[in-house]
Design a protein around this ligand. Structure first.
Ligand SMILES: [Fe+2]
Length: 180
């Protein structure tokens, strides 16, 4: 952690919205919390035989889901006052998806992995995606898809599409590679 904090500069807090509006900020928070909840679910599911880690992941996934619910309630309140900015919400989700590949996240992944070789963005990007994608099962993709769909005002992905989850993840991987 110390190594990470010493190396990664955090953006300055100047009171301005990073995403441009309160609704957009809340959509970004919902997306992040949904991803975090699904990530802990996926880690827990992959930790068969380590009950203490499974229990911890269940607890963390529940907490992240509660954060999602809190931000979504705030978002819905604001939408009742201002009307829903759906197109903006789609743009924020897309931006957050792309940010999964950003330097800060990748450097955190590199530090946590304890790698000894020098940090190379492209290599870590590949390693990180491989690690994350190997954990996700169709039910985790459906879970995060359902939470994000709620924010976008879309119907939840049906169970019948579970078979496409693997293809969707590979597609995201390929898209991320193309975008560098
Ligand atoms: Fe959270």
């Amino acid at each position: 952690m110390t190594r990470y904090l010493e190396t990664v500069a955090y953006h300055a807090e100047d009171g301005r919205s990073v995403y441009g509006s309160e609704q957009a900020e809340l959509v970004a928070r919902c997306f992040v919390e949904a991803m975090a909840a699904s990530y802990y679910q996926a880690i827990g599911a992959g930790a068969a035989g380590v009950p203490s880690l499974q229990a911890l992941c269940r607890k963390l996934a529940g907490e992240e889901a509660r954060h999602y619910t809190m931000f979504r309630r705030l978002l819905e309140e604001l939408r009742r006052e201002e009307g829903a900015h759906r197109l903006e919400a789609v743009r924020v989700v897309w931006r957050r998806l792309r940010a999964l590949n950003d330097e800060q996240i990748l450097y955190a992944s590199y530090v946590v992995s304890g790698a000894r070789e020098p940090f190379v963005l492209k290599n870590e990007s590949r390693n990180y995606r491989a690690r994350v994608l190997s954990l996700y099962r169709p039910e985790h993709v459906r879970f995060v898809g359902t939470l994000v769909a709620q924010v976008l005002g879309l119907p939840p992905p049906p169970k019948s599409l579970d078979g496409l989850s693997g293809a969707a993840l590979r597609g995201m991987n390929a898209a991320a590679l193309l975008m560098g």
